[in-house]
Design a protein around this ligand. Structure first.
Ligand SMILES: Cc1ncc(COP(=O)(O)O)c(C=O)c1O
Length: 347
């Protein structure tokens, strides 16, 4: 099968580009003695994670328990969940999963820690725990070094848990003073962090500027997307994930409609909603579920109905969650079709 035989919208990955992305970040990490723990939220495909491990990565990160269940079932033995697991139904699943693979889980509150201790008791084995520190995006995470010490002590004193260290997201160089303050307070309390886990594609190649990091969780680097291009974190040529769409309508001279909308791309990432390779001057400016609105007023040559276009999505991870399969292309040839096994695992 060839690229042109695929019905649209079709999610594809350029295998040469993806393999290069995997190699490049792994070499950087090897050079600087940092452990790379790929975050599988970007592709959700066990076969790709196995490629990352074969390239030298050690362990994976899964954002959700449901993703971790899929990856544990496909042979991954070292899984980190950098997310608070809260509530009885998930804690019961966590206890079951602990019997299948080695897990490290993050916590940022005593409530989460108590739940993790309960799950570990059910599993009958100790659970490794890291503390989530609040990063620059002000999302989850303990806010002050004092809170981190209190939490580390609670984990350390729980017989069911093993205190292992900390995580932060994103680990951009500007966050180093903040990270240092947390690490110093923990060390002064006799609770030094053995694991210091950073993350984020934008921060990845700056990780050596934070020598405290022992590992980084990086997801988007494997595919890249239009957001990483816009941020200057990669080039257009380093984008591996694409969606092939068909122009299905040309209602006015300046508007084209493609057969991919929010059910194909999500509406993440602002305007323009992706980049059309064949028509770089075009702008996807709105999406309904199955319609992508494209402003083609600045295009010298305009796409015709029936023409196929290649879109680099705004947010690769969200796109992976919307498709059943991804077609691996070697040049124009479809070399492999991977089911996106962990798509939709939001619980
Ligand atoms: C906790 C955590 N770690 C790592 C990552 C990976 O970030 P990126 O996809 O930018 O590499 C994410 C992404 O959302 C995250 O939330």
């Amino acid at each position: 099968m060839r690229r042109d035989d695929l019905d649209t919208p079709a999610l594809v990955v350029d295998l040469d580009v993806m393999e290069d992305n995997i190699r490049r970040l792994q070499s950087y990490c090897d050079e600087h003695g940092i452990r790379l723990r790929p975050h599988i939220k970007t592709h959700k495909v066990p076969a790709i994670a196995h490629m990352q491990i074969r390239a030298g990565a050690r362990g994976i990160a899964c954002q959700k328990l449901g993703e971790a269940e899929v990856f544990a079932a496909t042979g991954f033995d070292d899984i980190q969940i950098p997310y608070n697991i809260v509530g009885r139904p998930k804690l019961e699943r966590l206890a079951r999963l602990m019997r299948q693979c080695h897990l490290t889980v993050a916590a940022d509150s005593l409530m989460t820690v108590r739940g993790l201790a309960w799950a570990a008791a059910q599993a009958g084995q100790p659970l490794d725990v890291i503390i989530e520190l609040e990063g620059d995006i002000e999302r989850a995470g303990v806010h002050t070094p004092e809170e981190a010490v209190t939490l580390a002590r609670a984990i350390d004193e729980a017989p069911e848990l093993r205190y292992r260290g900390v995580m932060i997201y994103p680990s951009n160089p500007e966050s180093r003073p903040r990270l240092r303050a947390f690490l110093d307070a923990l060390a002064a309390a006799g609770l030094p962090a053995e694991i210091v886990s950073g993350g984020g594609t934008g921060a990845a190649y700056h990780s050596h500027e934070i020598p405290e990091l022992t590992e980084i969780r990086v997801g988007t680097y494997v595919y890249n997307d239009w957001s990483t291009v816009k941020h200057g974190w990669c080039t257009l040529e380093q984008c591996a994930q694409k969606v092939i769409c068909t122009v299905v309508s040309r209602p006015t001279p300046d508007r084209a409609i493609i057969d991919g909308g929010s059910k194909t791309f999500s509406s993440d990432g602002g305007l323009p909603m992706g980049h059309i390779i064949e028509y770089p001057e075009a702008a996807i400016y709105r999406m309904n579920e199955e319609h992508g609105y494209v402003d083609i007023s600045r295009c010298a040559r305009k796409p015709e109905v029936g023409e196929r276009v290649t879109v680099i999505p705004n947010h690769a991870c969200a796109v992976s969650n919307l498709h059943d399969v991804i077609y691996g292309l070697r040049g124009d040839r479809v070399e492999v079709i991977w089911p996106i096994l962990a798509r939709g695992k939001v619980q």
